[in-house]
Design a protein around this ligand. Structure first.
Ligand SMILES: [Zn+2]
Length: 81
């Protein structure tokens, strides 16, 4: 029996409709991350601050870059692997 569900909050891919669990420092699962144009991935990383997932205080740049990426992928996540 294992139910320490209170421990670590599960961090899922940020793409809409995708619930693949990824480490908090990763923005999206591999499939969605690599579906982004490289400049967009660069923008997310450039704005990323180590520890922001702990402090929950991402920069405005990060929020904007991440929102742009999510919007790029669209309201419906790509399906089929
Ligand atoms: Zn995903």
């Amino acid at each position: 029996m294992a139910s320490s569900s209170h421990a670590v909050p599960r961090h899922a891919c940020h793409a809409t409709g995708c619930d693949v669990v990824v480490p908090p420092r990763l923005f999206m699962c591999k499939k969605h991350w690599f579906a982004l144009p490289k400049p967009m991935r660069d923008a997310v990383w450039a704005a990323y601050r180590p520890g922001q997932e702990v402090t929950r205080d991402p920069s405005r740049e990060y929020l904007e870059a991440s929102r742009a990426a999510i919007e790029y992928l669209g309201p419906k996540a790509v399906t089929g692997a």
